[in-house]
Design a protein around this ligand. Structure first.
Ligand code: ZN
Ligand code: FE
Length: 257
């Protein structure tokens, strides 16, 4: 399974999964139809699945158009998103399995950004290979999604589930927010040398016009303040030793950043 990153809207990413043997494709969070149709055309591949992480328009905007072009396509989303995702046919819960070509993915329920948000995790095919995590607007490179419908406690639980995946998992988040996220991170975790180095790397990548997604989960654990709420430095900055309160205060500071 090859993952192809497509750009959409101002800063969204759509991920196209391509299986070369069967020449079939799936998309994660199609914000717009054009980039998807262009890529499918180039590959001459058939679209068989749309995997939505949550109902926001910049993640489901192209569902209906893609369904028109590919009447056989199956549209997946969270069970709690019933009625909010255009064309949804499959209603997924924590622990459900999904299949694309010969790969089996696992559904992780991650409420917080919205109350129904799910992530899709494909474990490595063979030992030593990487797993792929499609986490929408829950975990970002260097940050996390805003809390629109969920509580800090829910988001902490959701992020903990993602952080429990193997360190070498590739994190395919849905927006290019990394530079701004790391600028904020540096204000709350100043002495973190891994963070300082990552910031310089990301700054250079962005100056060259390169994407910073996917990131690697192990790097997130070392540098993302929203996974580091138990670290003393962040407890000091937020004046709290309670993990959920530390997280909530960090999230509040980021909202005002
Ligand atoms: Zn969203
Ligand atoms: Fe979004």
């Amino acid at each position: 399974m090859q993952v192809i990153r497509l750009h959409a809207l101002s800063d969204n990413y759509i991920f196209l999964l391509h299986d070369i043997q069967q020449n079939i494709a799936a998309v994660v969070d199609p914000a717009e139809a054009e980039p998807v149709l262009e890529q499918l055309d180039q590959l001459s591949a058939e679209l068989v699945a749309i995997f939505n992480t949550h109902h926001h328009y910049d993640h489901v905007g192209a569902n209906l158009r893609l369904m028109q072009k590919f009447p056989e396509v199956k549209v997946y989303g969270g069970a709690e998103d019933r009625g909010r995702i255009p064309g949804q046919q499959v209603f997924l819960r924590q622990g459900d399995r999904i299949q694309f070509a010969d790969r089996i993915g696992e559904v992780i329920f991650v409420p917080g950004h919205t109350r129904a948000h799910i992530a899709y995790y494909f474990p490595p095919e063979k030992p030593g290979e990487v797993g792929e995590l499609f986490c929408g607007d829950t975990l970002f490179a260097g940050g996390c999604g805003r809390l629109f419908e969920g509580t800090p406690q829910q988001m902490v639980d959701s992020l903990s589930k993602l952080a429990a995946l193997p360190d070498n998992t590739r994190v395919w988040c849905a927006h290019e927010y990394t530079l701004k996220n790391l600028q904020f991170a540096l204000t709350v975790d100043q002495d973190n040398t891994e963070l300082q180095n990552r910031y310089l790397q990301v700054q250079a990548s962005r100056q060259r016009g390169e994407a910073t997604v996917p990131s690697i989960l192990g790097v997130e654990k070392q540098t993302n303040p929203f996974l580091r709420y138990s670290q003393p430095a962040l407890q000091v900055v937020t004046k709290s030793q309670n993990p959920v309160q530390t997280f909530a205060r960090l999230r509040g500071m980021k909202d005002r950043f």
